[in-house]
Ligand binder design. Structure first.
Ligand SMILES: *[C@@H]1O[C@H](CO)[C@@H](O)[C@H](O)[C@H]1NC(C)=O
Ligand SMILES: *[C@@H]1O[C@H](CO)[C@@H](O)[C@H](O)[C@H]1NC(C)=O
Ligand SMILES: *[C@@H]1O[C@H](CO)[C@@H](O)[C@H](O)[C@H]1NC(C)=O
Ligand SMILES: *[C@@H]1O[C@H](CO)[C@@H](O)[C@H](O)[C@H]1NC(C)=O
Ligand SMILES: *[C@@H]1O[C@H](CO)[C@@H](O)[C@H](O)[C@H]1NC(C)=O
Length: 806
């Protein structure tokens, strides 16, 4: 499964005892968050530090009467007894007020103990012109000075004001022409949280200081051109690569573009991605300052384990002898790419040595805190973040956050793993914060002596495209929360990272890139970051992209792979059968070419063959396939569909009884429907049949897609398990209440039971385009998996002359 980054919006449980399917959504969009979604379980045996303590006592009864609806719901949905017990204990702690830590007073230079609760005065207020304008809370049961102060303080405001019993206002300025009134006006109401205090009057607000000295104008870095002198020797950066997927060539290309011999490269590969891990190990053998950690894990979406994992990397790296003198840690994934030279990045960091680079949410912090879900307590277990109740937020904590793509100076990194009171308590508190990485380092810095050592930018550009990235149909059954992800750069978004724009921000890296979706975007980024003379632009494979599908010894060999190998051998004139398949790769030979398959096979007699295989598709479009002003251009099928990018990640076109078949229609609007607000496709009907026998039909509603797509998913196994024949299957697409199809598509279904006739299918759906049968001959084939790919190959290590990995 793929890594996803998410922006979030909470789903709310509609009733207490339902399973995940029945969630209603609260449509609150989270801006600028950036998280991994990892669906799969952690392996408990090898990752004790990231899993809940399995030996926790399991009480039969909770130790208190749990009344909070959120907690009751969470406990009912938890499946393991350990998880239920954990949630019960925490719910009781929340209830009896022992859950939250008391935090020490801030060590930030902007915090002044003398200013806490310093009284400014009683002012006339009005709904239309508030004296404190920036944020407003209502605390019907708990309003009082300390409650209002801590809430305004946590969002970074300088003043707080109490009014009309329940109201708590925050702001950085007192309205200029505000009218002071007699103090007695502000004693009309007693505070609900403390009857000994007064909470303002009707249209009278009593204003105090929170304890923060000044409103902070965030520091932003400025681009430094190669001509500008910088005094120091360059900083040493630890590039942390957190990798997923099988596109190792793109990762190697990324490594080559960010590699300098005096930095460090620490690679973590997701536990499930053995192919990528082995490839990275090979690279690390050739390059001394690249380290691949064998302490691998798969983590939970939005969970506390992500923070623990990151801090584990910090600890580990400090123990590796030749790595431990790094100054900075910056993290990356497989879909990043630099958009300016790495030397420029290094210069900027060196010139700002000591500062940490963190991106802020960029809007009102009070609102950010609410939307981020900070006001709720989350608990991680059963591979889920459960929401168990409202948080009574600790005093003395100034919260901030933004993106979890961070650049952290060593001082802050070491402080974050130390046993000082603040980091220790903060680590504990952030175990119950959703998306902890998006605010942990911000919050730690803002409350410590490092608060002046921040640059509010993470120097990265993310390709948000909310219209496409924020639908979460595919996530709602897996997670309590829902969100948005950035998209891969393509033709229409490539201009976002143009060199002038990158310099003016500045942003040194961008995401996401995926060579299996868009080759030219990576080429454009690469040309901005590496001098063209270092790239072999005219090499025959320069425009190639390829990603591994199967490797023997790592993956399970599917029965239909073997069928395809035997068919290909037959075609080549060999009389032998396949003994084993060495590897299968997906190849895109240039930006607009379709994906081809490259398969390397060993026969029972020990001969090696390599094949280039094309997929053949069978579809008909009606003469004028127009419905309600939309013109149907194409119909394709596949499995492992990614709804966001609208592509199938199974590149070979195999459909088995275990799969969900996805059929995608490509529409173009005609002039008639180009108005604003129209969907990008009409309503249509999909009918599935085996020969003439109808299997199922579905109505597909108009859909909105930035790519003009529309799709239907069909669970193959529901109808076709145990299939013993190689029938012709079809999907017909109809306009509403029409009998003649707009399009018809034929597809195969491969099962273990119909293996005898696989070749019948294979002949119709695949074409052997080329092959070679000796090492010598294969060396000449540019499509061969062994043909050089200089933009990605790392066979020798660092080349001093070329100043590049090669
Ligand atoms: C628990 O609280 C609920 C709701 O307040 C109440 O109805 C119930 O009697 C309580 N049960 C116990 C055992 O205290
Ligand atoms: C609060 O609840 C927790 C969990 O049930 C319990 O262990 C603890 O003793 C309680 N503390 C107080 C002060 O009631
Ligand atoms: C303050 O001045 C503004 C603009 O002059 C005006 O609209 C507003 O009503 C004034 N507020 C008060 C409280 O007088
Ligand atoms: C680093 O990058 C990943 C994406 O690869 C992100 O999800 C993660 O939370 C980031 N931050 C840290 C501190 O690991
Ligand atoms: C498929 O075969 C299994 C046993 O081999 C049987 O239990 C199952 O009911 C069959 N399914 C269908 C749809 O015939």
């Amino acid at each position: 499964m793929d890594f996803q980054d998410l922006l979030l919006f909470p789903m709310v449980l509609s009733s207490v005892n339902t399973k995940y399917r029945h969630y209603a959504f609260v449509i609150v969009l989270f801006f600028f968050l950036n998280v991994y979604l990892l669906y799969s379980a952690q392996n408990k045996a090898q990752n004790n530090e990231f899993t809940p303590d399995a030996s926790a006592k399991i009480p039969h009864q909770p130790t208190c009467n749990i009344t909070d609806e959120l907690a009751i719901s969470a406990i009912s949905r938890a499946t393991s007894p350990t998880c239920k017990a954990k949630l019960q204990t925490e719910a009781c702690q929340l209830k009896n007020g022992t859950f939250s830590e008391e935090f020490p007073e801030s060590h930030c230079s902007n915090h002044d103990n003398q200013l806490i609760d310093a009284r400014i005065g009683c002012y006339l207020d009005s709904k239309t012109a508030r004296v404190l304008t920036e944020f407003e809370y209502k605390f019907p049961n708990s309003n009082q000075k300390s409650t209002c102060r801590k809430n305004c303080y946590k969002a970074g405001f300088l003043y707080y004001g109490l009014e009309y019993e329940q109201e708590c206002f925050c702001g950085n300025d007192v309205l200029k022409n505000a009218t002071k009134v007699d103090d007695v006006e502000c004693t009309a109401y007693r505070c609900p949280g403390d009857r000994d205090e007064f909470c303002g009057g009707f249209n009278a607000v009593e204003i105090f200081r929170t304890g923060l000295r000044n409103k902070i104008t965030p520091l932003k870095p400025k681009y430094l051109s190669p001509q500008e002198a910088i005094p120091d020797p360059p900083v040493k950066i630890l590039f942390l690569l957190q990798l997923n997927g099988r596109n190792e060539r793109q990762v190697k290309r990324f490594l080559k573009s960010i590699y300098l011999p005096h930095h460090y490269y620490y690679i973590h590969v997701d536990k499930r991605q053995t192919y990528m891990f082995k490839e990275m190990e090979k690279v690390a053998e050739k390059v001394p300052n690249i380290h691949v950690t064998s302490r691998r894990f798969s983590s939970i979406w939005g969970g506390a384990s992500l923070l623990q994992a990151f801090q584990q990397v910090v600890r580990d790296s400090l123990e590796i002898e030749q790595f431990k003198d790094w100054d900075y840690i910056f993290n990356f994934s497989e879909s990043d790419f630099p958009i300016l030279p790495i030397q420029d990045f290094e210069r900027l960091i060196t010139a700002n040595k000591g500062k940490s680079f963190l991106a802020s949410h960029g809007y009102n912090t009070g609102r950010f805190i609410q939307k981020q879900g900070f006001e709720f307590v989350f608990s991680e277990c059963d591979q889920r973040m459960f929401r168990i109740g409202k948080r009574d937020f600790p005093s003395n904590l100034r919260i901030d956050g933004g993106s979890d793509w961070v650049g952290i100076h060593r001082n802050l990194a070491e402080y974050s793993i130390s046993d000082d009171e603040l980091p220790r308590k903060l680590r504990k508190t952030f175990e119950s914060v959703l998306l902890p990485l998006e605010s942990f380092y911000h919050t730690l810095a803002f409350n410590s002596k490092y608060c002046d050592d921040l640059m509010m930018s993470n120097l990265r550009l993310t390709n948000w495209y909310r219209k496409q990235g924020c639908r979460c149909a595919s996530l709602k059954e897996i997670v309590d929360w829902c969100g948005c992800s950035p998209l891969v750069f393509r033709d229409d978004t490539r201009n976002k990272f143009e060199i002038q724009k990158a310099i003016s921000k500045p942003t040194y890296f961008a995401r996401k890139f995926d060579s299996m979706i868009d080759i030219e975007s990576i080429e454009a980024a690469e040309l901005q970051s590496i001098k063209p003379e270092k790239l072999q632009l005219s090499h025959p494979t320069y425009h190639f992209a390829s990603a591994n599908i199967f490797k023997s010894g790592i993956d399970e060999e599917k029965i239909h792979f073997k069928s395809l190998a035997n068919y290909a051998l037959q075609f080549s004139g060999s009389t032998e059968n396949a003994a084993r398949i060495h590897r299968i790769d997906a190849l895109r030979a240039h930006q607009n070419s379709v994906i081809e398959i490259v398969m390397k096979v060993e026969t029972v007699g020990g001969a090696d063959y390599e094949f280039l295989i094309h997929r053949k598709s069978h579809f008909n479009l009606a003469e004028n396939p127009e419905v309600s002003g939309y013109l149907l251009k194409q119909i394709v099928y596949g499995t492992k569909f990614e709804w966001k990018e609208e592509i199938c990640r199974e590149y070979m076109g195999f459909v088995t009884e275990k799969d969900t078949l996805h059929t995608r229609l490509q529409w173009h609007p005609t002039e008639r429907v180009k108005k604003n607000g129209e969907k990008t496709s009409p309503e249509v009907e999909f009918k599935y049949r085996k020969g003439a026998e109808q299997l199922e039909k579905t109505v597909v509603k108009p859909y909105d897609s930035v790519f003009g797509g529309q799709f239907d998913s069909w669970n193959v196994g529901n109808r076709l398990s145990n299939l013993t024949t190689c029938d012709d299957f079809f999907v017909d697409v109809f306009a509403p209440s029409s009998d003649s199809p707009l399009a018809t598509l034929r597809f195969p279904v491969y099962t273990e039971h119909n293996v005898k006739c696989h070749v019948d299918y294979l002949k119709q759906f695949f074409e052997i385009a080329d092959f070679c049968s000796s090492e010598e001959a294969c060396k000449e084939k540019i499509w061969s998996s062994t043909y050089p790919d200089p933009k990605s190959d790392i066979d020798f290590g660092y080349d001093e002359e070329l100043k590049m990995l090669r």
